[in-house]
Design a protein around this ligand. Sequence first.
Ligand SMILES: [Zn+2]
Length: 285
Amino acid sequence: MQSQVEILNSFFLILSFVFGCMIGSFLNVCVWRLPRNESIVKPRSKCPKCDTLIAWYDNIPIVSWLALGARCRHCHTWISWQYPLVEALTGVLFACVFARFGVCMATPVYMVLCAGLVLVTFVDLADWTIPNEVTFPGIPLGLACAVVGMFYPGSGFLTKDVFDSLGGIVLGGGILYLLDKLTLLLLKKRGMGFGDVKLLAMLGGFLGWKSVFAIIMIASLAGSVIGITLVVLQRRKGIEEEAHYLPFGPYLAGAGLLFLFFGHAMIEMYLGLMHAPAPVSVFPT
Ligand SMILES: [Zn+2]
């Protein structure tokens, strides 16, 4: 009996990965087309260089890129490694969601959240914007999860009541909004983009108000370490650029993902440090 469950779980884990890779392939299309205001359904994918339609067998996630040696079949232009990266990343995240949440209502919803965060990350890196196509539907969806979680405790959602989620939206959006206004007032320049405000509001809505503190902490820490490293590396190479913009969206998205998978353990660890009666557990239950 036990082994049958294990076989079934492994099957669903692999299925989640394959499904994630396929969604990742679609996300690649969105990363390219959303900032250009092009339709994401029509027309079919073409090589941006030679305009040849891409056949289905050249459009299989990861596999086609490897089989073609990272070149277009027709004009032999390089195809960026970003394509298989987005596909593999989405596949791994979907498998992680299944491994963490199992068979429950929350699993498909959190897969959608992961896909949205991958999209936000790569659009922000390429275009320095955070697509409203993710955050506008994302905020009410996060709130809806909390409502469902209230009535069906077995649904697996991390937010257990509406106030947890609403608090997350207000706190997440509010903190970054104030920070933006403060930077504008003190330094006379834009700090956060308004896209970051909506992104953290969305994450707070999905993950609850406590997540907002953890996400800000992790994102700023990672942001400063990576930002300073990049500046030092460029100095060493002798590249003197004017202060360039570093997008904050990918750090927020990454920190949100960490909280999705390890938030429970983070909160328990924090409570343990505060000598609260909650037990310290490293692994999420
Ligand atoms: Zn081509």
